[in-house]
Design a protein around this ligand. Structure first.
Ligand code: FAD
Length: 464
């Protein structure tokens, strides 16, 4: 009997986690696994691209966890690189594809299909956006293009978008000695933090010589006679415009699920634009189609609303869940709480759960508290400032969200608070936790405990 066939579209975090996991329980005689990938790369860390651009990593090869050859030899995967899936016929169980280089087309039958197409960059429809010198940072090819552009010695770099990609790129490019401007349409950089925490990030960026413009929406990319970027125009909410010189424009305006292929095939898409799956990562509309990673929507465990948060942590876990089920086992994905961390030079930035605005939208009455402390015992020379903000549900005193901005040793403290939110802990319970202490790692009352204690007191005062 010939083996059944699993076709996977997309060969990065979600797709390759699924392939490796399915292969663990089903050998090549039992399951033929064909992977279609339109780029030249597989199993690469997009997360490492800013550090490659910044010169901390010497080569793109260092960002590749496993090569195409290794997948072929180790996991017996039929890797078809530079092959783009162009259509899914769910009724006939076939995928149409096209070789990117030759244009040759074909079609492949599947028993099970896994969609792991990731996310696509949000590109505004504005004049000049296609100009030479306007670049994104999504994959290794983008990284290579960026490095080539930097060799042309740009004088003014404008990064549009103040999310974590924008911030990491600002660090990378400023570190190369370039004049860098960051423009965000939000009130502060890092719009997944509350503005009173984002302002700390903006301050650090300005102190490092980055020009930060808030409430500044990109409306035009100005071009020269050769069609290359020479400037941009920004507009505030009140209509004030500002023109800035820019010979390199980095678009970091966020991403949306790359679900167009699935949508065209009639596969269920949710309100976030992501593919709808059940907890086993099986499509809600088609039992032999699976999906994982940035292209799907999942459940936010605090708001209980559908959400699409593009993070490698989710993509790897979801891929593993899908692969376990495709291999004949049983696994479920429990949802997300949006835990993420980033860095701008020495400043660590982290968040989990709901921000104030997200909590309001989800219908919670919240109480926010902020504390300032130090990352080590205050008497040590390496002690740096840390700010911890907690967002608490007034009614239940449950922690809904947390944000941390501070020096070395700050960001990973978010994991304690993420664990607390994951387990629906109250701020009282968090304040009583037995956390470690030694002077090089924190003050005797860890900032997490101080923050929880302040939230307990504040909520109690409010409720009396
Ligand atoms: C600059 C940057 C920094 C990041 N930093 C972090 C971080 O610090 N922490 C974190 O958790 N996450 C981070 N992320 C996000 C993380 O990289 C993504 O969430 C993760 O890569 C998603 O994995 P995925 O497999 O779902 O999608 P992708 O990695 O996007 O892979 C999808 C693959 O599908 C291929 N594909 C798409 N359509 C087709 C088609 N029709 N036919 C064939 N192939 C197709 C694409 O070429 C791509 O290789 C970062 C992302 C970027 C861009």
């Amino acid at each position: 009997m010939s083996p059944s066939r699993l076709v996977i579209i997309g060969a990065d975090a979600a797709g390759m986690s699924a392939a490796a996991q399915a292969r663990r329980s089903r050998g090549p005689d039992d399951l033929d696994i064909v992977v279609l990938e339109r780029s030249s790369h597989t199993s690469y860390s997009a997360c490492g691209i800013p550090f490659w651009i910044g010169g901390e990593i010497a080569s793109a090869d260092d960002l590749v966890a496993r090569t195409v050859q290794e997948h072929r030899e180790k996991h017996h995967l039929d890797m078809r690189m530079r092959v783009e899936a162009t259509a899914i016929d769910a009724a006939a169980s076939t995928v149409a594809y096209r070789y990117v280089d030759s244009g040759r087309t074909g079609s492949l039958e599947y028993d099970q299909l896994m969609i792991a197409t990731g996310a696509e960059r949000i590109t505004p429809s504005i004049p000049g956006v296609d100009a030479t010198g306007v670049l994104g940072v999504r994959n290794l090819d983008d990284g290579g293009e960026m490095l080539a552009a930097l060799e042309r010695d740009p004088q003014h770099v404008v990064i549009v978008g103040g999310g974590y990609v924008g911030i990491e790129m600002a660090e990378a490019l400023r570190g190369r000695g370039l004049r860098v401007t960051v423009a965000t349409s939000g009130d502060q950089p890092m719009s997944n933090l509350d503005p009173d925490m984002g302002v700390l990030v903006a301050r650090a960026m300005r102190e490092a010589g980055v020009d930060v413009h808030v409430d500044a929406r990109l409306t035009h990319v100005l071009t020269d006679a050769a069609g290359a970027a020479r400037g941009i125009t920004l507009q505030s909410r009140t209509g004030t415009t500002l023109e800035l010189p820019a010979d390199l424009v980095v678009l970091g305006l966020g991403v949306r699920p790359a679900s167009g292929l699935a949508e065209a095939a009639g596969i269920a898409i949710g309100e976030t634009g992501g593919i709808q799956t059940d907890a086993s990562m099986r499509s809600r509309s088609h039992p032999n189609i699976w999906a994982a990673g940035d292209c799907v929507e999942t459940i936010h465990r605090v708001s209980l609303a559908p959400t699409a948060i593009a993070l490698g942590t989710h993509a790897n876990k979801q891929g593993r869940v899908a692969g376990t089920n495709l291999g004949g086992g049983h696994a479920t994905f429990p949802g997300v709480i949006g835990t993420a961390a980033t860095r701008f030079r020495g400043l660590e930035i982290a968040r989990t759960g709901l921000s104030e605005a997200q909590a309001r939208l989800a219908g919670f009455a919240t109480y926010s508290t902020r504390i300032e402390s130090t990352t080590q015992a205050g008497y040590l020379p390496g002690a740096e400032a840390i700010t911890v903000k907690l967002i608490t549900d007034v009614a239940s005193r449950r922690l809904l969200g947390a944000q941390i901005v501070g020096g070395t040793g700050s960001a990973k403290r978010i994991d304690v608070l993420a664990t607390a939110i994951w387990n629906s802990m109250s701020v009282e319970a968090i304040s009583e936790m037995d956390l470690s202490y030694a002077p090089p790692f924190g003050p005797v009352w860890d900032p997490v405990l101080i923050a929880a204690r302040k939230a307990v007191d504040a909520v109690a005062a409010r409720n009396t």
